[in-house]
Design a protein around this ligand. Structure first.
Ligand SMILES: *Cc1c(COP(=O)(O)O)cnc(C)c1O
Length: 381
């Protein structure tokens, strides 16, 4: 059976160009980048080229990029690396209720270690209130961490305005841009972003590689001790092919952004309008205006989301209920709770996230099956 993949917010297929670019670094230029002979130096040159490609995507200097093992490590490094270094300055962090668990659980650990965290609310569209942010700032506030775009409902935050507030108050600003990178234009200088997390496998590079941008005037404490890799900030022999792959994915994202965004938007809007036409009693979650191009999140009243996912799987359709992290449980995710969705809707939530490989025919197949299945599920109530 043909697989129709609509879960690009969970992970993406690695692009062929990315695999091709990585391949020689497994079998030819496999030297340790710290070695002084040519084989090692070739790997080192490749890494520095990749670093520049990552930097170009978000408009920073290449020496402001640190490679990590992914979004989770970047988030951990940003939060712990700043708070541990500044523990004599202040112990307060401001974040939101709808962050990824890589941020929320890092905050939990920090709270267990004596730090104080404020979790900002979001409105029904999943957007933070800037006045609430300003009101939350205290003398003790060291860091603001607000995600660029949400992984479940796709809402995009007013990042530039948050950056301006942070700058004015002299507070460090980090953003988890794992979902936004490649889907939204990002300029860290113009947006006053001090630190930014990104991840390879959400943008056509492999799993297990990511990056953290840190403004050049900013210090942070490293999490992993060992050798001198990544300018003493992230020890461990480099994941050379991964870095090369991430660099290539960033280059493609930069060159192809408009095309990519327009394609995804077209498929998503087609999906929204077809679902609205064919299925009654639905709610679209997240902002229509400030939204990731490939994200849809729809709640179907009186439908069990997991039952729906199983039926879709039988037809070769991959999608997600609410959040990948809460699949298996029928408790509404923290994001759906934060936007105040009623439980008779929240339980029947389906996240469909489009990618470069999807076609209009895929969307028709999806909606046709969805309409049939939802009718069946509701008839058996
Ligand atoms: C996927 C994701 C992460 C985690 O990234 P990994 O590379 O899987 O560790 C963090 N934040 C957001 C918003 C994500 O979507």
């Amino acid at each position: 059976m043909k697989i129709r993949y609509f879960d690009n917010a969970a992970t993406t297929k690695v692009k062929k160009e990315v695999v091709d670019k990585m391949f020689p670094y497994f079998v030819e230029s496999y030297g340790n980048p710290s070695s002084l002979y040519t084989l090692g130096r070739t790997a080192k040159v490749g890494i520095e080229e990749a670093r520049r490609q990552v930097a170009d995507l978000i408009h920073c200097d290449k020496n402001e990029i640190y490679f990590t093992s992914g979004g989770t490590e970047s988030d951990n490094t940003a939060l712990k690396g700043i708070m541990y270094l500044n523990k004599n300055k202040g112990k307060h962090i401001i974040t939101t209720k709808i962050e990824h668990h890589a941020i929320l659980n890092t905050c939990k650990t920090l709270e267990e270690n004596g730090y104080k965290v404020t979790y900002l609310n979001v409105d029904k569209d999943g957007i933070v209130n800037l006045q609430e942010l300003v009101n939350a700032i205290t003398e003790d506030t060291v860091l603001i961490s607000v995600m660029f775009a949400n992984n479940e409902i796709g809402s995009i935050q007013p990042i530039k305005k948050i950056g301006e507030i942070a700058k004015e108050k002299g507070i460090i600003f980090h953003t988890d841009a794992v979902q936004a990178c490649g889907n939204v234009k990002i300029d860290v200088k113009e947006m006053h972003i001090d630190m930014l997390s990104l991840s390879g496998h959400k943008m056509g590079a492999p799993k297990g590689i990511g990056a953290l941008y840190v403004h050049k005037n900013m210090e942070f404490k490293n999490l992993i001790d060992g050798g001198h890799q990544e300018r003493d900030k992230r020890a461990g022999t480099e994941n050379v092919p991964g870095m090369i792959g991430l660099g290539e994915a960033c280059k493609i994202a930069k060159n192809n952004m408009e095309n990519h965004v327009n394609r995804l938007k077209e498929l998503r809007d087609m999906y929204f309008s077809e679902v609205k036409n064919q299925i009654p009693d639905i709610k679209i979650n997240g902002s229509m205006e400030h939204r990731l191009p490939g994200n849809s999140n729809i709640s179907f009243k009186n439908v069990n989301g997991n039952e729906l996912l199983m039926k879709l799987d039988e037809k070769g359709i991959c999608a997600s209920a609410g959040s990948a992290c809460s699949s298996g449980s029928s408790i509404p995710s923290h994001v759906l709770t934060a936007i105040g969705l009623e439980s008779k809707y929240a339980e029947g939530t389906l996240r469909v996230t489009f990618g470069d490989e999807n076609t209009k025919e895929d969307v028709e197949y999806l909606v046709e099956n969805l309409a049939k299945m939802i009718k069946e599920i509701r008839a058996n109530l």
